[in-house]
Design a protein around this ligand. Structure first.
Ligand SMILES: [Zn+2]
Length: 85
């Protein structure tokens, strides 16, 4: 099981359903990188937390949707992870 999510190159605000975007932003304290994922089932956006690990694009543990009305729960793989944009 598992779902492959293509990379979105636009802004996180416009992230389409079933894709992910890697946002790197510079703060006063340093550089922060955030991965946003739009649920493949309902499109609800969520971020990955410190509880999640990414190895070769594979995210563990399995990802649950942030929308409580949505039953999505699966392993996701981020396509082209580690490829410079
Ligand atoms: Zn969902």
């Amino acid at each position: 099981m598992g779902v492959r999510l293509p990379r979105w190159l636009g802004s996180a605000d416009d992230l389409p359903q079933g894709m992910f975007v890697h946002v790197v932003s510079e703060h006063i304290a340093g550089v922060a990188a955030t991965v946003y994922i739009a649920c493949p089932s309902c499109g609800t956006k969520r971020t990955l937390t410190r509880d999640h690990k990414i190895k070769d694009g594979k995210v563990t543990p399995a990802l649950a949707c942030a929308n409580k009305a949505c039953s999505f729960l699966d392993y996701v793989e981020l396509e082209s992870w580690g490829v410079p944009v």
